[in-house]
Design a protein around this ligand. Structure first.
Ligand code: AMP
Ligand code: ZN
Length: 143
């Protein structure tokens, strides 16, 4: 399966590379939300957040934290978003897992979606529904 991010890793496609080590590659997003919008990807192909092995994810998050600080300081940003879109409804368009680091400046734009209000008594129902899966998946967490 053709993957544009794998092609960037393999130097078959061009990118404005910011950082690279054994496990991680970071480059500028070609359609930035703000100038200096950076992507951080594992050098191995995984489709989404749920399929990245724990050790690899640790390295990726470590690099993302480092690069978020670098982006913020180098561009004199007032803040930043670290975002990961997973699945079509969440806006994922490239199915090679990545974090976005978006530098943010005072009064640049609003990303906040319209929020919902829990109906009477429904918040614990959502809590129960989600908690009931914690025990089912505990082995994955501990493994
Ligand atoms: P997402 O929509 O969360 O999957 O993010 C994918 C991101 O990859 C988008 O913001 C695209 O602009 C960006 N993108 C796609 N192709 C390239 C490319 N060749 N070089 C740099 N960024 C890319
Ligand atoms: Zn890939």
């Amino acid at each position: 399966m053709e993957c544009i991010f794998c092609n960037i890793i393999d130097h078959k496609a061009e990118a404005e590379i910011i950082f690279e080590d054994e496990h991680v590659l970071s480059f500028l997003d070609i359609q930035p939300v703000n100038y200096g919008h950076v992507l951080v990807i594992p050098k191995t192909h995984y489709d989404n957040f749920l399929t990245v092995p724990k050790d690899e994810l640790g390295k990726l998050i470590h690099a993302t934290q480092f690069l978020a600080g670098v982006v913020k300081r180098s561009l004199n940003a007032d803040g930043f978003n670290v975002i990961s879109n997973n699945g079509n409804p969440a806006g994922q368009s490239v199915y090679h897992f990545h974090f976005h680091i978006i530098p943010r400046f005072n009064n640049d734009f609003t990303l906040k979606p319209k929020t919902k209000i829990y109906g009477s008594g429904t918040m614990p129902e959502y809590g129960n529904q989600i908690r009931s899966f914690i025990s089912k998946y505990k082995d994955i967490y501990n493994g």
